[in-house]
Design a protein around this ligand. Structure first.
Ligand code: ZN
Ligand code: ZN
Length: 365
């Protein structure tokens, strides 16, 4: 018999709950609710206990939730308004639940927690726990890896297509619109984040938004984009030069490309999460560019564009097999521009698999 991926995820969460001394966990972070239940609505709360699990949502989602929960063993309760967390608390009180209950401490507002406590009648002792479902999400199962491959392929295809549209006079916002349009035509439900197109000196801002600035000859263009496809994100960056690049710009590109390869080579299950970051920094130091690298080397990727694990300085947690992470070193030179190369990489025992296959050679357009 094939056990659905979601039933396995709930089973793994129950093991964590048992070890952590929790009998009922209220999951309110929507990406976590989706991960465990398959429910894609934007309002709901999932109550997981050892012997049952129940999704609380409102009447807008009755049909949809019924269909999405069908492959799972999760029950459905339709509640009034969009107060799933409070309804779950009230349900526990009604059943005279006397076990140990917990909620997602990093995800619940003070007002929600107060409502939940009030609804559960003051008899239930709630405890905040942090990052339990996120910990499970660090390791992708086969179903997730398949979706992430597709999201990465779509992102790669679109970035290659739009490179041919870059020429002087085209504006950053035109290119960003073209990218988002093509991702949607490719089946994406939307961009994974606001598409970044940063040309010339604006490229020195790692998170520059696309503006109405037109591309000019002899400048760098940084494009950072990603698609959400079947609920999973891709995230990739390419940098090109408009014209023939001066040797210092080629040197920046070479340094970043080498830093990226060095960081990727450290990606092994069990290696510390800081390893790719220090490998990238070592290469950039060799080029005298370490001060120009002003962010961390990468982040986990999945249902959300930034998730566990973080690949930065001081991260001592070991990398897991079947994690998907970005590797995105960059250099940012005020007044001149930026260079960043970013790919999505699956960590495997036999060595990393790069999911984003857009070419990385330095392009002079
Ligand atoms: Zn990115
Ligand atoms: Zn990223």
């Amino acid at each position: 018999m094939i056990i659905s991926p979601r039933r396995k995820r709930v089973a793994r969460l129950r093991e964590l709950m048992e070890r952590g001394g929790v009998d009922a966990l209220l999951v309110t972070h929507i990406p976590n609710v989706f991960y465990l239940s398959g429910f894609t609505g934007d309002s709901g709360a999932l109550l997981v206990e050892q012997s049952r699990a129940t999704l609380f949502t409102d009447s807008r989602f009755t049909t949809q939730a019924g269909e999405e929960l069908a492959p799972t063993r999760i029950g459905l309760k339709i509640v009034k308004g969009s107060l799933g967390a409070a309804a779950a608390g009230a349900e526990l009180a009604r059943r005279r639940f006397r076990g140990r209950a917990a909620f997602e401490g990093a995800r619940v507002t003070v007002a929600e927690a107060a409502r939940m406590r009030k609804a559960s009648g003051g008899k239930i002792r709630w405890r905040a726990v942090v990052g339990w479902v996120e910990q499970l999400r660090r390791v992708k199962d086969e179903d997730e890896i398949e979706r992430m491959r597709e999201a990465a392929q779509l992102g790669s295809k679109v970035i290659v297509e739009v490179l041919s549209l870059i020429r002087p006079g085209v504006r950053e916002c035109d290119l960003a619109a073209e990218i988002e349009f093509r991702m949607r035509r490719g089946g994406a439900s939307g961009p994974a984040f606001e598409t970044i197109v940063a040309s010339g000196p604006r490229g020195a801002l790692p998170h520059a938004r696309a503006t109405t600035k037109a591309f000019r000859p002899n400048e760098l263009v940084v494009i950072d984009m990603g698609a959400i496809l079947r609920h999973y994100c891709s995230d990739l960056t390419r940098t090109v030069y408009l014209g023939r690049a001066p040797s210092r710009v080629r040197q920046w590109y070479r340094a970043v490309a080498e830093a990226q390869v060095a960081a990727c080579q450290t990606l092994r299950p069990g290696a510390p999460c800081a390893a790719p970051d220090s490998a990238a920094r070592d290469v950039l130091r060799g080029y005298g560019l370490e001060k120009a690298f002003i962010h961390s080397t990468g982040h986990g990727l999945g249902i959300e564009v930034h998730e566990e694990p973080r690949l930065g300085r001081g991260q001592s947690l070991p990398l897991d097999a079947s994690s998907v992470v970005t590797i995105e070193p960059g250099v940012y030179l005020e007044g001149a521009g930026g260079v960043r190369i970013e790919d999505d990489v699956l960590v495997l025992p036999g060595g990393p698999e790069v999911l984003t296959d857009a070419p990385r050679d330095f392009l002079e357009l």
